[in-house]
Design a binder for this molecule. Structure first.
Ligand code: NI
Length: 189
């Protein structure tokens, strides 16, 4: 098990368009997905995209069903881990949903983001199989947030320039104040 370093905005890897996975699932890609899941659970996230751990690849992992909170043991969090390679939205609803989003790469900051309530996504799963699924509610929000990461988009990019500037200033202050906490979460296990 390995917990990877999570990159924080404004790191350039978070602004890059990630490369598609080609030629099937290799042991190295499986290890990356396993490590991304470990990192996600260790940092109390419900989703994580590869660019957030410095890998500019179109891969994301999530587990929205996990019990969360400081009193929950790490080994009890793994509930329904899901891995997506080369995910693509093939349909999205006109109905919208507002969710107060946060991000491991924008620590300590939250803002309401409006996105389609339902989406249909095609992707390659952990075993290398082509899949298609429909998602709604938090799963749809989380998938769209993580897929944005693959295109170099952060949730704060959905806000007005004014709101984004305020959040980025608060983030700068936050990362300065929490630098020790953050260093701790970057330790390799
Ligand atoms: Ni994020």
């Amino acid at each position: 098990m390995a917990v990877l370093k999570v990159y924080v905005a404004p790191h350039p890897v978070l602004k890059k368009k990630a490369e598609p996975v080609k030629g099937g699932v290799t042991p190295a890609l499986r290890k990356l997905m396993d490590d991304m899941l470990d990192t996600m659970y260790a940092t109390d996230g419900i989703g994580l995209a590869a660019p957030q751990v410095g890998e500019s690849k179109r891969i994301l992992v999530l587990d929205i069903d996990q019990p969360r909170g400081e009193d929950i043991k790490l080994e009890d969090r793994r509930t329904k881990p899901q891995c997506f390679m080369n995910p693509e939205i093939v349909w999205s609803s006109e109905d919208l949903r507002v969710y107060n989003e946060g991000c491991l790469s924008v620590p300590g900051q939250y803002a309401d983001v409006v996105r389609p309530d339902k989406i249909r996504v095609k992707y390659i799963d952990y075993d290398g199989k082509d899949q298609e699924m429909e998602a709604d509610g938090l799963l749809a929000t989380c998938l769209q947030h993580e897929m944005d990461h693959l295109d170099g988009i952060l949730f704060i990019d959905h806000l007005s320039t004014l709101k984004r500037d305020i959040l980025m200033r608060k983030l700068k202050k936050y990362t300065k104040e929490n630098v020790e906490d953050m260093a701790e979460s970057h330790v390799l296990l």
